[in-house]
Write a protein that binds this ligand. Structure first.
Ligand code: SF4
Length: 398
């Protein structure tokens, strides 16, 4: 694996859904509604031409029931932003829906699996979910539409992980992501979450699932788990600092609309650290962690997790030196990756002709002012002649 920042952006269509999963991040969100299609198209253009992404995850809520979903998929495909839909797969049990996605240029699906058999019904609050998902995957396979699998790992799904890995392989999944339930948003204030489980209890099942998938040649990633819980399989673990380098994950610059032009690796690593930092009190490390050789590339434990279970599961590494490179382990993992294609429009043409709002935000920063001024000159255009108002504004700030 080369050290390359992910080229994947994200579009949220709104948080409405046709299921009510116990662990949903948006479970406690009020006043959910769909987003405007024209605004989503504008956002897609910004993701492509300003942020230079080649891929986009369309997520919700449940995007397959968004009223303008086909129009949005087609638009992304047209501008060279290969669209993935993150879905519970219920709508895809209808083959004609899958066909429409194919006709409109879907690149692939990322289907969330909620468990085998009745576990899926218990988690989602609906009936026959596992069977509907099985039909959805069968439809995708028959139509030759690629798909990957997400599984949220918790008390009910952990023992089923080896079975889910077998199921995903038999159905033809390209990648499996095992995502440890993370108490984000409102969840971080709740201590008694009945489906939450200790890492050390879930780890043996995760290990078995990794081994099954790799034996079958399927990429498998484990997100948000301290390295020491999966000793020997560190190459499969993605904490916040590693996520920047996973082509299936989101570019932080795009996801949070930081408006950075071509940020370097160190910016991403700093941003990832801030997300988990002690100041933010989101993640915590024990004294043992501080002595561990991996403490700089590991997130440690979520603050809510520590409140619930306490420390005690840490098994610090004692290597000859501290590891600082986030891809130290994951570089030896074989990744499935689609080819990236550069957009056919420069950032500056896009800003000047299509995104005046962003241009105006950028010129509030002196650094960007100078950059834009220089780049406009490189395009052979005259700022003074073509954009006199902008020119006088630049002059004043200078
Ligand atoms: S920093 Fe702590 S949690 Fe992370 S691997 Fe080391 S001991 Fe485990």
């Amino acid at each position: 694996m080369k050290k390359e920042i992910t080229k994947r952006g994200v579009l949220y269509v709104g948080f409405l859904c046709n299921l009510q999963c116990k662990f949903c991040y948006y479970r406690y969100m009020k006043n959910k509604k769909w987003r405007d299609i024209d605004k989503l198209k504008k956002r897609a253009s910004r993701i492509r031409y300003f942020y230079r992404n080649g891929f986009v995850d369309i997520t919700g809520g449940e995007p397959t029931i968004y009223p303008h979903i086909f129009e949005l998929v087609k638009y992304c495909q047209t501008i060279g932003l290969k669209p993935t839909i993150i879905t519970n797969g219920i709508a895809l049990a209808d083959k004609s829906i899958c066909e429409r996605f194919k006709q409109n240029g879907i690149n692939d699906f990322l289907v969330s699996i909620y468990g085998l058999g009745e576990t899926a019904d218990y988690i989602t609050g609906a009936k026959n979910v596992a069977e509907k998902q099985r039909r959805a995957l069968e439809n995708l396979r028959e139509l030759n539409i690629s798909f990957r699998i997400n599984v949220t790992v918790h008390r009910f799904t952990a023992p089923q992980l080896p079975g889910i890995a077998e199921f995903a392989a038999a159905e033809g999944a390209k990648v499996i992501n095992m995502i440890i339930f993370n108490p984000f948003l409102e969840w971080k204030k709740i201590i008694n979450i009945d489906f939450q489980e200790k890492y050390s209890i879930m780890a043996p099942y995760i290990k078995e699932a990794v081994k099954i998938s790799e034996k079958k040649g399927i990429e498998i990633n484990v997100r948000y788990l301290p390295f020491c819980q999966l000793k020997g399989l560190e190459k499969n673990i993605y904490n916040f600092k590693q996520l920047n380098y996973d082509p299936h994950e989101w570019d932080l610059n795009t996801a949070d609309d930081h408006k950075k032009i071509n940020p370097k690796d160190f910016w991403y690593e700093k941003e990832a650290s801030q997300r988990t930092s002690i100041e933010n009190r989101l993640y915590q490390k024990s004294e043992k962690c501080e002595r561990c050789s991996l403490s700089e590339i590991c997130d440690g434990f979520h603050a809510q997790y520590v409140k619930k279970f306490g420390f005690g599961e840490e098994k610090p590494y004692t290597l000859s030196q501290k590891i600082k490179d986030p891809i130290y382990f994951i570089q030896s993992q074989v990744k499935t990756k689609d080819a990236y294609q550069k957009p056919n429009k420069t950032i500056f043409k896009y800003l000047l002709l299509e995104d005046k709002e962003l241009l105006s935000d950028l010129i509030k920063s002196i650094k960007c002012l100078k950059f834009i001024d220089r780049k406009i000159g490189q395009l052979g255009l005259s700022l003074k002649k073509h954009w006199p108002k902008l020119y006088s504004r630049l002059k004043k700030i200078k």
